[in-house]
Design a protein around this ligand. Structure first.
Ligand code: GLP
Length: 248
């Protein structure tokens, strides 16, 4: 592993996806062992899949109790049914909730079909606040530099909100669905919640992320490039495989 320091922030570069996933899983395990009532916010998407697999396996193998942990889903496609395999709800159901046998209320996710999506936002904000805030947040990065569905230009003080997704997100998002699916809106935790999480891990892998990772770490910190928030966060790290770090 190669370790860079950018101001105080750790940038870990791993030989491949497996080593990267292992490190992210280790961080998650450390968190749930160190604080039994941790609040952990997780991104869906392709990047963290293997990390979650290792995490689940380790929890089972070592019989770690998650009884007091609250997991929170970072974002969701609005209007997409929970049973759609492209939904974030289903992603977590299949990869974390079912394999760990977690009670549904231990993994807070958005109801993407709710008639009042603003109430969904308030409910998520209230829940996170009632649990004392987010301890660990694992996020990926969109091809346009978004975090969750916080698209370029999003406010760094925002709480949970509904977003009109930009074209890149709508196009790239098709990869999660089995057939062409209209995904023009999303619901997401805000960058204010990213910023106030006690620990933030941004992970990325693969050559196609190299350009946006280079901008995130080397371009000016700006709301136009939401992922640059990692450089403002007091306790953040960026964990990459060698390909995603290829342009640094
Ligand atoms: C998606 C999600 C994010 C995710 C990111 C990267 O659109 N809204 O939560 O982290 O984009 O996805 P992937 O890991 O599939 O590249």
């Amino acid at each position: 592993m190669q370790l860079l320091k950018l101001n105080k922030m750790e940038v870990g570069i791993y030989p491949g996806v497996e080593e990267l996933a292992q490190r992210v899983s280790d961080e998650m395990i450390q968190q749930v062992i160190g604080k039994k009532s941790s609040v952990i916010c997780l991104a869906s998407g392709d990047t963290p899949k293997r990390a979650y697999e290792i995490f689940v396996q380790t929890i089972i193998n070592q019989s770690v109790s998650l009884a007091e942990v609250l997991f929170v889903g970072l974002d969701e496609w609005l209007g997409i049914d929970q049973t759609n395999t492209g939904s974030c709800y289903s992603f977590f159901e299949e990869r974390i909730v079912k394999p760990l046998g977690l009670p549904e209320d231990q993994f807070a996710r958005f109801d993407a079909l709710a008639t009042d999506s603003r109430e969904q936002c308030f409910a998520m904000d209230r829940l996170i606040e009632s649990r004392g805030g987010i301890d660990l947040m694992i996020v990926g990065i969109g091809m346009n530099g978004h975090i969750g569905f916080n698209e370029p230009g999003s406010s760094w003080t925002s709480a949970t909100h509904v977003v009109s997704l930009d074209e890149t997100t709508q196009t790239v998002g098709q990869k999660y669905f089995q057939q062409k699916t209209e995904v023009s809106k999303g619901i997401t935790l805000g960058l204010g919640q990213v910023m106030t999480s006690r620990k933030l891990i941004l992970m990325a892998s693969g050559e196609r992320k190299a350009g946006i990772i280079q901008k995130t770490l080397q371009w000016p910190i700006s709301e136009d490039l939401p992922a640059t928030i990692v450089r403002r966060h007091p306790q953040s790290m960026v964990l990459l495989d060698r390909q995603a770090a290829g342009m640094l």
